[in-house]
Design a binder for this molecule. Structure first.
Ligand SMILES: Cc1ncc(COP(=O)(O)O)c(C=O)c1O
Length: 405
């Protein structure tokens, strides 16, 4: 007993030392609980700020219809789902949500996970195993990197959005087992978009399948909000499509859509699905309602498009588009303002907070060394005036913290 206590004590000493080192390098992470949220406004540390760091792109997380659907489901079904999906955690609400997601993405079937992170672990782990190969874009999200590693497939990384390099890699790799190209519709920290059409064409030429994580593109991109494949005019049946309910739909959870036999296989195979408590029923009910709101109230997408255009025009005026990412041309609501070192990004975030702007710095390891940034995400709930205020504040930040954006 005494020995195990001292083992824990020595581990804690190691933790404190490592945390102090991170602190010194401006890389320590801390939680900042919000006091309240009202649309794009948050109350934090006694001050009201405009929030520019939310993924609630369509502003649906506080929509009265979603709140009503969640509260009704909580009263009818309870808050927690009580069990995993394969035991007693599956309800008609989950089944209805899955039918609605499949219909929305014009796929035969869908499967919902408790989070997008778990969906990536579960789906990629069901598609690939030892003897297979995964080709991953260099800037893929941590959950995709983790899922690829856990699958025990051989991993190859291709340069960001480089379809040519992917083609070369595929050509040079001996065909053994399954080959899977993994990328994102919209890259979460850069806001740029994958060349989905080109990547699918390259993959098909080399008999590889494409797994697309469209966490930040689903319900936002494309003529009708059907995401990055719609934007790229690629039919749903040419790839395996995954996205989340926790961003543009304002809820929580992840999902995959595809052929029935694929969904049946994942249901039987994905540990992150089989061994996890089902998505909470109120959240599933709210997500189902969000899909209806999306179809019945186009004003949310229109407001997002209007705000995105305004933000991007400010950013290109401020020459923030000259950062190597195609900000001015991209249609996504995410815009990185790269500031280089962590200290500069922290100072910028502190300054913005004093101006009533909430936009925490994003630092390594979330982004590569030397590319710490403010990751701005605009939503339908912002006003044009708030977008203009943000642009003025960013101009100040760039002039006060020299070093080139
Ligand atoms: C590209 C990408 N994939 C997956 C996820 C994980 O989704 P969730 O937040 O629903 O777990 C995220 C969230 O940050 C993401 O940005």
């Amino acid at each position: 007993m005494a020995r195990s206590r001292s083992a824990l004590r020595s581990f804690l000493v190691d933790c404190e030392k490592a945390l102090a080192e991170r602190d010194a390098r401006g890389l320590r992470r801390e939680l900042t609980p919000l006091d309240s949220v009202a649309g794009p406004l948050v109350r934090v540390g006694g001050a009201t700020c405009v929030n520019w760091s939310s993924n609630d792109y369509l502003g649906l997380s506080q929509h009265p219809r979603l709140a009503h659907a969640a509260s009704e489901a909580a009263h009818r079904w309870g808050v927690g789902a009580r069990a995993s999906r394969l035991l007693s955690g599956s309800t008609q609400i989950h089944a209805d949500l899955e039918r609605a997601l499949a219909a929305w993405f014009r796929a035969p079937a869908a499967l919902v996970f408790s989070s997008g992170y778990l969906a990536n672990l579960g789906v990629l782990g069901s598609l690939a195993g030892p003897g297979d190969m995964i080709f991953l874009d260099r800037l893929c999200h941590a959950s995709l990197v983790e899922a690829s590693r856990l699958s025990r497939a051989t991993l190859r990384v291709f340069s960001h959005n480089d379809a040519q390099q992917l083609a070369t890699l595929l050509r040079r790799t001996p065909v053994r087992g399954r080959r899977i190209v993994v990328t994102e519709g919209v890259f979460s920290m850069d806001g740029d978009c994958a060349p989905v059409r080109e990547l699918v064409a390259v993959a098909e030429r080399h008999n590889a399948l494409v797994y697309l994580d469209d966490a930040h593109g689903a319900f936002v991109r494309g003529k009708t909000g059907r995401g990055s494949p719609e934007e790229a005019k690629v039919p749903a049946d040419r790839l395996v499509y995954m996205a989340t309910l926790g961003k543009a739909l304002g809820c929580q959870g992840g999902f995959v859509v595809g052929p029935q036999s694929l969904i049946d296989w994942i249901t039987n195979q994905a540990k992150a699905f089989i061994y996890a408590t089902a998505l909470a029923v109120p959240v599933a009910a709210a997500a189902r309602e969000a899909l209806l709101v999306l179809q019945q109230e186009p004003r949310h997408r229109l407001a997002l498009q209007r705000n995105t255009r305004r933000l991007r025009s400010h950013l290109s005026r401020l020459k923030i588009s000259a950062l190597g990412s195609s900000l001015a041309r991209s249609s996504s609501p995410i815009a990185p303002v790269r500031l280089g070192g962590a200290a500069r990004a922290l100072a910028a975030a502190r300054y913005l907070r004093k101006q009533g702007i909430w936009c925490p710095a994003v630092r390594p390891p979330t982004v590569p060394q030397g590319t710490s940034r403010l990751r701005i995400s605009v939503t339908a709930a912002h006003t044009l005036e708030q977008v203009d205020d943000l642009a003025r504040a960013l101009q100040m930040v760039l002039s006060m913290t020299p070093g080139g954006a």
